[in-house]
Write a protein that binds this ligand. Structure first.
Ligand code: MLT
Length: 264
């Protein structure tokens, strides 16, 4: 692991392998270890860069609000600090996908390809945004246990939960270890993320859309719709997986990524 300073904060980042840069950006409220199967497998052909975003894992936390734009700028600064001078494949899951959209809009010269896993293009409705803001206050006041237990049932397919797969407990522990101030800041940022649907037709980089067949947070129909609005997007549905497809069926996700990337 490396510790890299970018302006006012320091980020924790796993960098493995050599070759074309593949950036893996985790979901909420997780850290880079959600990509462990991809890091192991894909670093044989790529330079895999998997950071903990601001407020998560072992990266620094900033209180208040952290927007998706801020997280995209952080990642761009991190790539510069790592002297990545080639455009990257940006692979983001869920909140990592929200960051990917902002990276497309703000740092398009640094982008070669996109992989969007289990994510959404719509903004929050007013009702959902208000609920997120209330949850942020509750987490900042009482801690994150309630939020995390509510999320556990939605992140995974029933078969992952009922078979007590090891990664389920690992994910719970990662979430419990996350600083509530970082969780609250990201909730406030997600509540005001922009609607991307009108931008989809303007994204021209080759894109892979990956969705777990049982994802209840960003369901297959919604992700198929994203793919249909984009110029160069392929859609792959992952069997026996929910929202955390890269952990739940890593073999299928890695196969889809390998087929999509030119040299892996
Ligand atoms: C995630 O997995 O990153 C979250 O479900 C995103 C969200 O809460 O919208």
């Amino acid at each position: 692991m490396k510790r890299i300073s970018i302006g006012d904060i320091t980020l924790n980042v796993n960098v493995s392998g050599q070759g074309r840069p593949l950036l893996l950006v985790h979901g909420f409220p997780l850290d880079h270890t959600m990509w462990r199967e991809q890091i192991d497998e894909l670093s044989s052909g790529c330079r895999v860069i998997a950071p903990d975003l601001r407020g998560f894992g072992k990266s620094d936390v900033t209180e208040g609000k952290v927007t998706m734009q801020q997280l995209a700028d952080d990642v761009a600064a991190l790539l510069k600090a790592l002297q990545v001078d080639q455009p990257v494949t940006f692979c983001g899951l869920s909140m990592g996908g929200y960051v990917a959209w902002q990276f497309c809009l703000r740092h398009s010269k640094m982008l070669e390809r996109l992989i969007l896993c289990d994510t959404r293009a719509v903004a929050d409705t007013q009702e959902i945004a208000e609920f997120r803001l209330e949850t942020a206050e509750q987490v900042a006041r009482d801690g994150s246990t309630r939020l995390i237990e509510n999320m556990m049932g939605k992140l995974f397919a029933d078969e992952s939960l009922s078979n007590s797969r090891e990664f389920v407990e690992h994910t719970r522990q990662v979430m419990l270890a996350t600083d509530p101030a970082g969780i609250a800041a990201a909730l406030r940022g997600m509540a005001e993320r922009p609607d991307m649907r009108n931008h989809l037709k303007d994204i021209h980089v080759p894109t892979l859309i990956v969705c777990g067949e049982h994802d209840v947070i960003s369901p297959p129909e919604e992700m198929q719709e994203i793919a249909s609005q984009m110029v160069h997007a392929d859609y792959v549905e992952i069997a026996a997986a929910g929202h955390m497809a890269p952990l739940e069926n890593s073999l299928a996700v890695n196969t889809a990524i390998r087929e999509f990337l030119p040299v892996v």
